[in-house]
Design a protein. Structure first.
Length: 272
């Protein structure tokens, strides 16, 4: 049997794992959740859940993947004791990953289409309302959305076909650097806008009285769900990455580094 490939470097593993989680959850959803649930108080509870609950689950997913050296579809089948039913988790993970793929390939198709539209000047001179109408028109065009979704799928298969080190690791290196640069530019720009300091105060100074008005239970549930969404745990994605992790790497150490990297967009999102 062919030996399973491993990541070429520790940094490569961290970039790929963090890249799996950074996206809609950390860049698009997090500012909305922080604003809805009271700002800094929500963030404080979120960070506590991230460390106390999210981190141990992340370590467990990496452990299952590395011990089995298999994808989430077969990991529990190979590791479970005879007569156990842990393999049922694999079916849930497979369904979750298929659903995620359907969602993210479509959204990635939108993004590629918008890159094309901006480069072609189709959005020049449009205000926010006109851009929203443009997006509505895109949603009404099933053919256009399907085409760009197919392009994303083909590109993704192309990257994966190159392998972990030559494909996924190299591509993620470039994309993560670009993403970090974009987030920093947006964060710095937001600090130059009117009322920026009020936004920073809302984001960094906890207001527990406001949290009580929103509902403590609502804030706690929102923070807990966001913590799991941030680390991309519970669906088997990190189990897959763990299966490519070398035996010489510390699972807790890698998990801590990934959690730290994933917190960076949280601090940069203060004005987004």
């Amino acid at each position: 049997m062919k030996e399973r490939e491993t990541f070429g470097s520790r940094l490569g593993f961290i970039r790929v794992s963090a890249g799996c989680a950074i996206g809609l959850g950390n860049v698009w959803k997090f500012p909305y959740m922080a604003g809805k649930y009271g700002g800094a108080a929500f963030i404080l509870i979120y960070l506590i859940f991230l460390v106390l609950l999210g981190l141990p689950v992340l370590v467990c997913e990496f452990a299952v993947g590395r011990a089995s050296r298999k994808s989430t579809a077969r990991a529990f089948h190979d590791l479970e004791p005879e007569g156990a039913n842990f393999h049922n988790f694999s079916y849930m993970s497979m369904v979750s990953n298929y659903v995620l793929m359907m969602f993210y390939t479509m959204v990635a198709g939108w993004m590629l289409y918008y890159c094309y539209a901006m480069a072609a000047g189709k959005l020049d001179g449009k205000d926010s309302a006109q851009v929203a109408d443009y997006f509505t028109g895109l949603q009404d065009s099933a053919g256009t959305m399907t085409l760009w979704m197919i392009i994303v799928v083909v590109l993704s298969f192309g990257v994966c076909s190159l392998g972990v080190q030559r494909g996924l690791e190299k591509i993620t290196k470039v994309m993560m650097i670009c993403l970090l640069a974009l987030i920093v530019v947006l964060a710095v720009h937001s600090l130059t806008l009117d009322g920026a300091m009020e936004g920073v105060k809302f984001y960094l100074v906890p207001d527990f009285a406001a949290m009580a008005e929103i509902g403590v239970g609502n804030v706690i549930f929102g923070a807990l769900s966001q913590a799991f969404f941030t680390l991309s745990i519970g669906a088997g994605s990190m189990t897959i990455f763990g299966s490519y992790l070398g035996k010489d790497r510390s699972l807790l150490g890698e998990s801590l580094h990934i959690t730290y990297v994933l917190c960076l967009p949280v601090y940069c999102n203060c004005g987004l």
